[in-house]
Design a protein around this ligand. Structure first.
Ligand SMILES: *Cc1c(COP(=O)(O)O)cnc(C)c1O
Length: 427
């Protein structure tokens, strides 16, 4: 569900014709519908109405400051995986105490920044990390709150690159070692209050069964831990809720909550969830312009001005993104099978393959749909390409919330040593 729609043959984002945005910012440009993102956040909140729940939006899905600021003002918390994301959250006006910090490779420096900022909770992913966090907190004379991220070994039935809850994944700690882990923590961690259990089993999960399975395992572990005197107050179910890219029929927020809540009744657990894609995935499109048509004996290529440096999901995960014209009328005609590819010098550079559609003409604008999550955040300057602009739409208004990068941005931070400029001599 989203607020992109056609009005008189023309693609609109909320009440703004996308063509008008492209005329202002050029292409490629990510266009975000604020109404769509907030609607998804609200839906999740309403689905869990009546249960104590904190939604921590996963910043890594889309860290644009304006989006984060809007979510913070709507009362949303944040799930971060680096000190850089913490910096973003704080710059956007998010409250540190509503931040939870996951990730397998937190450095002492990142921990220190998070402790000083006063974040709500660390999600610890290894015993080594627990020890380092304890030492770091001790050095700062602070006590911190944390959960252990447990790996429940369930199959989330999603792409191999985005499954995180199997025992062979690098994430979390084996759930069968939970008792030993909590016992060790009680013995040896002085500065950490372990108050919860965290899980995050994968991304783009379209059914509730993996969640209920993981939840059942977590609740069993929590029962065993409580029986040994550990006070467990929070359960963080992570993110991963799937969205529609093509023909998926993901469970709705209501169905998700309806499956989860009965299991939590009477458990005296504060629930945390960390949706990323669910909030922003359908809230964004990538607008790009057709540069050339290229016919070879075997294929028809539509070459556009955006590629895997802007949106790597098709290349990385074989992800499907719908590609639609900005002007319906301009794209009538017989349908042909085409590949929509970018200008990057890689055969993996494509946005869509084997699409049956009327062949777009050079200069025509098209939109790559559902590009709000893991789009801009994964973009790069590969092939010397400035990163795309980002535009936020709210009703009838729109703002460029990140200007397109310039060529000067491409070399920012680089220096040529004086000795190289003088001409290199052998030493
Ligand atoms: C990536 C991530 C999320 C969000 O995943 P989505 O699939 O975008 O909902 C939540 N929690 C953790 C720990 C993550 O790493």
């Amino acid at each position: 569900m989203d607020l992109f729609h056609y009005r008189k043959n023309e693609l609109y984002c909320e009440n703004v014709p996308v063509r008008r945005i492209a005329a202002t910012t050029g292409t490629p440009t990510f266009v975000y519908s604020l109404g769509t993102a907030l609607m998804h956040y609200q839906r999740l909140l309403e689905a869990f109405d009546g249960h104590e729940v904190q939604i921590c939006y996963s910043v890594k899905a889309n860290g644009n400051l304006a989006l984060l600021a809007a979510l913070a003002r709507a009362g949303c918390g944040f799930d971060i995986v680096s000190a850089g994301e913490l910096y973003r959250v704080r710059r956007a006006g998010g409250k540190a105490r509503d931040v939870v910090f996951a990730g397998v490779g937190k450095t002492a420096d990142e921990m220190e920044q998070a402790i000083r900022a006063g974040i709500g909770m660390f999600n610890i992913e290894s015993w080594s990390e627990a020890k380092l966090l304890d030492r770091t907190a001790s050095k700062l004379g602070r006590r911190v709150r944390a959960a252990f991220r447990l790996n429940p070994d369930v199959d989330a039935h999603t792409h191999a690159h985005v499954t995180t809850g199997r025992k062979d994944n690098k994430f979390g700690l084996p759930i069968e070692e939970a008792e030993d882990l909590f016992a060790r923590a009680r013995r040896s961690l002085r500065q950490i209050e372990i108050m919860g259990v965290h899980m995050h089993i994968g991304s783009q999960i379209t059914e509730v069964a993996p969640y209920t399975k993981a939840l059942a395992r977590a609740l069993a572990a929590i029962r065993r831990l409580r029986a040994r005197g550990h006070e467990i107050r929070t359960l963080n179910l992570g993110g991963g809720l799937g969205i529609v890219y093509h023909r998926e029929r993901p469970s709705t927020a209501k169905e998700f909550a309806a499956a989860i809540l009965p299991l939590l009744r009477g458990q005296n657990l504060r629930l945390l969830i960390e949706p990323g894609r669910f909030v922003v995935g359908n809230a964004g499109i990538l607008v790009t312009r057709v540069i050339y048509l290229k016919e070879t004996p075997s294929r028809t290529f539509v070459i556009v001005d955006s590629g895997m440096n802007d949106l790597i999901r098709p290349s990385l995960y074989d992800a499907y993104h719908e590609v639609v014209p900005l002007a319906l009328r301009a794209s009538r005609g017989p349908r042909r099978r085409v590949d929509i590819v970018g200008p990057i010098c890689e055969s993996a550079d494509f946005l869509a393959k084997d699409r049956l559609m009327p062949i777009p003409k050079p200069d025509q604008l098209v939109a790559v749909r559902s590009a709000g999550a893991f789009g801009f955040v994964m973009s790069s300057n590969y092939n010397g390409r400035p990163r795309a602009a980002e535009v936020l739409v709210d009703g009838g208004r729109f703002w460029t919330v990140r200007r397109r990068e310039t060529h000067a941005d491409l070399v920012r931070g680089e220096t040529v040593p004086e000795a190289i400029l003088r001409g290199r001599r052998r030493s």
